[in-house]
Design a protein around this ligand. Structure first.
Ligand code: SF4
Length: 288
């Protein structure tokens, strides 16, 4: 989540997280008791709390606003259409700690992004394999992010993809969205490592796993759409997981829109640099 990077960060249900102590981990909480436990007594390894299904719990947010620890929160909206208006309840908590909003790829996504950014909260959109109506909302959210002047906080994955397409090294979508199992190990309630967005067991060791590259190479070997996709470098087959037959037509249009915005930004920056260069080489201008 924040600026720090977390090699092999464990993301665990609250009950399992009790054994982590100094190992870096994220605790997933689904009720107020779990939430308050980590908020009041965070062990050294706790990086942030992932809050699920609690957006409407005003008492939990009051606790987050008044508890002394500064543990960041990642508030997950799994059903943004019904949960987005709960974001107003987070205002006081945001004054006490970092809060990010994670919006799953479901109807209501665009409204949630608009409200979260109006509240100056950073956003992570987890698009998964979006249906047609969610793709429309992704396009809306991108337009809003690119052109609404009041947006001051990053909206991922747009933000890092724009940076990547302008030459920065922000990694692939798997990394940007914290879903690469080599870096972000997700565990189920039985303590088994899980692959993202499935109930399939995932790699337990980090160094040798290579899940993303294995997945992409398998798609290329099967001559899937990824083999010739212009966005392969940034995507690494993200949208072909878990269903390799998902059609990326709409996703490619989204990538193109981000690329065009990146090109415009680069051109504007080049124009500004050229104008600055002119001023330095001729400080008096034509009037001299
Ligand atoms: S956009 Fe689709 S086709 Fe292109 S690399 Fe990603 S998953 Fe593969």
């Amino acid at each position: 989540m924040p600026e720090e990077t977390y090699p092999s960060l464990r993301i665990l249900p609250s009950a399992l997280a009790e054994t982590q102590e100094e190992l870096p981990f994220v605790a997933i909480v689904r009720n107020r008791d779990e939430f308050c436990r980590w908020l009041r007594n965070p062990p050294p390894g706790l990086r942030w709390i992932q809050v699920e299904g609690m957006s409407g719990d005003s008492e939990a947010w009051a606790e987050a606003a008044h508890t002394d620890s500064h543990i960041p929160l990642d508030v997950v909206l799994s059903d943004p259409a019904s949960e987005f208006s709960d974001l107003y309840r987070l205002v006081d908590a945001c004054g006490a700690r970092e809060v990010r909003v994670t919006v799953r790829g479901a109807p209501g996504l665009a409204k949630a992004v608009r409200l979260a950014t109006a509240l100056r909260l950073p956003v992570r959109i987890l698009p998964a394999q979006p249906a047609a109506e969610v793709l429309e909302e992704l396009h809306d959210a991108l337009e809003f992010y690119l052109h609404e002047p009041m947006v001051e906080t990053p909206v991922e994955f747009f933000h890092s993809l724009l940076a990547t397409m302008s030459g920065a090294d922000a990694g692939s979508l798997w990394t940007i969205l914290e879903e690469d199992p080599e870096a972000f190990q997700l565990f189920d309630t039985d303590g088994r490592a899980r692959l993202p967005r499935t109930s399939l067991s995932g790699p337990v060791t980090t160094a040798s796993a290579g899940f993303v590259e294995t997945h992409l190479n398998s798609l290329i070997a099967q001559d899937a759409e990824c083999a010739t996709c212009a966005w392969q470098q940034q995507c690494r087959g993200y949208f072909k997981w878990p269903d390799p037959l998902y059609s990326c037509e709409g996703i490619k249009r989204l990538f193109s829109s981000i690329q065009m915005a990146g090109n415009e930004i680069r051109k504007e920056l080049a124009d500004i640099a050229a104008a600055d260069g002119d001023r330095i080489s001729n400080p008096g201008g034509d009037a001299v």
